[in-house]
Design a protein around this ligand. Structure first.
Ligand SMILES: [Zn+2]
Ligand SMILES: [Zn+2]
Length: 316
């Protein structure tokens, strides 16, 4: 625990919570800069991060990945379902598209309606229905990027979707894109159906929100901390030696390759009661951020990554 003065200083306001959730700084959330204004004009931006991998960022800062093989492309996640994502992907490659949804949250699964060939772990079907409902998408977008949200009408939002038409996605499955294989691993914790994807030939692992700079483990759809620890131990073992790049779904998108070890260290510190346990409240739900951060969300102890957890569910 940290002393009361520091705790008060770092007690998160609602605006900071939004910044944390959506990978933006508090300053960016409240004060539009020239870059922010520019960003309201388009729904997507992208950068080629490997010869056959493009990272797409939507107006809310949520990240998606396009992976190209000789015969097919895979789109990892579909963002908020705002704007013509399919048209955008087709400009990157005109090969047939298979869509893999890492988990059923609003910011990853809301744009499936444009696509035919879709996979998601069925454990997230109920969550998908709740999260991708129109009101929730509009609420999220408005909280996350108010200036962008103001430019949108109902017509900008794609229709919703029925996850019963999706195919199940689970560990052991593999997708051959033509010289590029995607190997599927379960990473339950952030949600029950959370999925990680190894891009075998690129030696890159997409952990999605399952392990990211602020791993959220505090709401009804998440696992307790001890179950999550088992998940991390499992994926670390089954992916050992198979990757030397690690990508996530928020913030800059790049993680360190020892990230699972860092998370295990942080979980041990939380379980020993030696973390900072900074109060965190979002939408009426009280939880803790493990390590105290400065206003730009950097850890005061110099560590990388953080965990938001429910102190009542540490041993679950
Ligand atoms: Zn999520
Ligand atoms: Zn997310």
């Amino acid at each position: 625990m940290i002393d009361i003065t520091r705790r008060d200083f770092f007690k998160l306001t609602g605006a900071a919570a939004v910044g944390l959730l959506f990978g933006r700084t508090v300053e960016a959330a409240s004060k539009p800069s020239a870059v922010r204004v520019q960003q309201t004009d388009i729904d997507f931006r992208s950068a080629r991060i490997d010869k056959n991998i493009v990272r797409i960022r939507n107006g809310a800062g949520d990240l998606m990945y396009v992976i190209e093989g000789k015969n097919k492309v895979a789109l990892i996640d579909t963002g908020l379902g705002i704007g013509d994502l399919k048209g955008y992907v087709e400009k990157i490659s005109n090969k047939p598209i298979v869509v893999l949804i890492t988990h059923g949250h609003v910011d990853h699964a809301s744009g499936t309606a444009q696509f035919d060939d879709i996979y998601m772990n069925k454990k997230d079907n109920a969550l998908f229905r709740e999260h991708t409902a129109m009101g929730n998408r509009q609420g999220y977008t408005g909280a996350c990027n108010p200036e962008w949200a103001k430019t949108l009408t109902d017509a900008n939002y794609l229709p919703g979707d029925d996850p019963d038409r999706f195919k199940d996605l689970k560990e052991g499955m593999s997708f051959d894109l033509g010289g590029v294989h995607l190997d599927i691993f379960d990473l339950p914790g952030h949600t029950h159906g959370m999925t990680a994807i190894l891009i075998r030939e690129n030696r890159a692992l997409i952990s999605g929100d399952g392990a990211n700079m602020f791993t959220f483990l505090w709401s009804g759809e998440t696992l307790g901390l001890t179950s999550y620890e088992q998940s991390i131990r499992h994926i670390k073992k089954v992916t050992e030696g198979k990757f030397d790049k690690m990508y996530c779904s928020h913030g800059g998108g790049d993680l360190t390759i020892d990230y699972f070890d860092r998370m295990l260290e942080d979980i041990a510190i939380i379980k020993a009661g030696k973390d900072d346990a900074v109060d965190f409240e979002f939408m009426g739900q009280k939880s803790k951020i493990a390590f105290a951060i400065d206003p730009a969300h950097n850890r005061l102890d110099g560590g990388i990554g953080n965990i938001v957890y429910d102190p009542k569910r540490i041993n679950e």
